[in-house]
Design a protein around this ligand. Structure first.
Ligand SMILES: [Ca+2]
Length: 279
């Protein structure tokens, strides 16, 4: 098993809460609801990490917000590790993720935002250009998502592609802000190539008098674009077939080579972990 014991106070004192991953699942989720119910939301001040499988690089990630969002700190362990205090993260944790990494000696980590660069914004701008009332109002965001329970994908690693847009309307109504969202699943196909599929989609539109009519317009477009988003992603992923990938999974932020500690913000980057086996 791999586990994290959370303590209310520094130096392993005060009330404690055990989070256990007995079967070495890739991801073990301790949600906001779970922490909050047991009076541990924004209360964690020290942590004991334990694993009885030293061959498996384990990691404990503390997140600032519910739903594994916001700032996070990732702590690596493969035996016993004690965090007597949490500098910069004291009393902030609102959800916790335990990760057991691949045991493969050969792993490549790819940071998707860094890899895609401006091409991601450019590709989206091209898709939006068919409608002159719609334009992008910021960078396209790539986010790690692990609990999309709304479509029964709790515990599955997905990448949220979030496109902030502005929709102009007729005078006197002004502009409306909106966001288009696609949730992406990465997988390795029978030829050991990396591929991606859209498994869910959605949108948010600023509230107002025209929200309903904007939605009537936007909804079919978001749905119609699924194929274009998938083919653009897959053409970008073609560049990554320099190994025979055996698996793929996601980590939030700019992950290092496991089992390195790291930290960041979920909104900033999303990393692919790719074990491989070359002939
Ligand atoms: Ca918090």
């Amino acid at each position: 098993m791999a586990s994290a014991r959370l303590f209310r106070d520094a130096n392993f004192s005060g009330n404690q809460l055990l989070i256990d991953n007995p079967g070495h699942a890739r991801y073990l989720l301790a949600t906001f609801g779970f922490l909050n119910e047991l009076n541990f939301n924004d209360r964690v001040s020290s942590v004991r990490l334990r694993s009885n499988a030293p061959a498996i690089p384990s990691m404990c990630l503390l997140f600032q917000h519910a739903r594994f969002a916001g700032d996070f700190q990732a702590f690596a362990y493969n035996g016993a590790r004690d965090l007597a205090s949490l500098p910069g993260f004291n009393d902030r944790t609102s959800s916790v993720l335990l990760v057991d990494h691949s045991t493969s000696p050969d792993i490549t980590v790819i940071r998707l935002r860094a890899l895609g660069g401006d091409r991601i914004n450019d590709a989206i701008d091209e898709q939006l250009s068919s409608d002159n009332r719609v334009r992008r109002r910021g960078d396209v965001r790539l986010k790690f998502v692990i609990d999309l329970f709304e479509v029964s994908r709790f515990g599955e690693d997905l990448m949220l592609l979030e496109i902030p847009i502005r929709i102009s309307t007729q005078w006197p109504f002004g502009d409306y802000s909106a966001e288009i969202r696609y949730w992406i699943k990465f997988f390795v196909n029978a030829k050991s190539e990396l591929q991606a599929a859209v498994v869910a989609w959605g949108y948010w539109i600023e509230g107002g008098l025209l929200t309903g009519s904007i939605e009537g317009d936007l909804r079919p477009k978001v749905q119609d674009n699924i194929g274009a988003v998938e083919s653009q992603l897959n053409s970008m992923l073609l560049e990554l077939n320099w190994h025979h990938w055996t698996d793929v999974y996601l980590m939030p932020g700019s992950a290092g080579q496991p089992p390195d500690d790291y930290s960041g913000n979920v909104d900033d980057e999303c990393s692919l972990v790719l074990p491989y086996a070359d002939e």
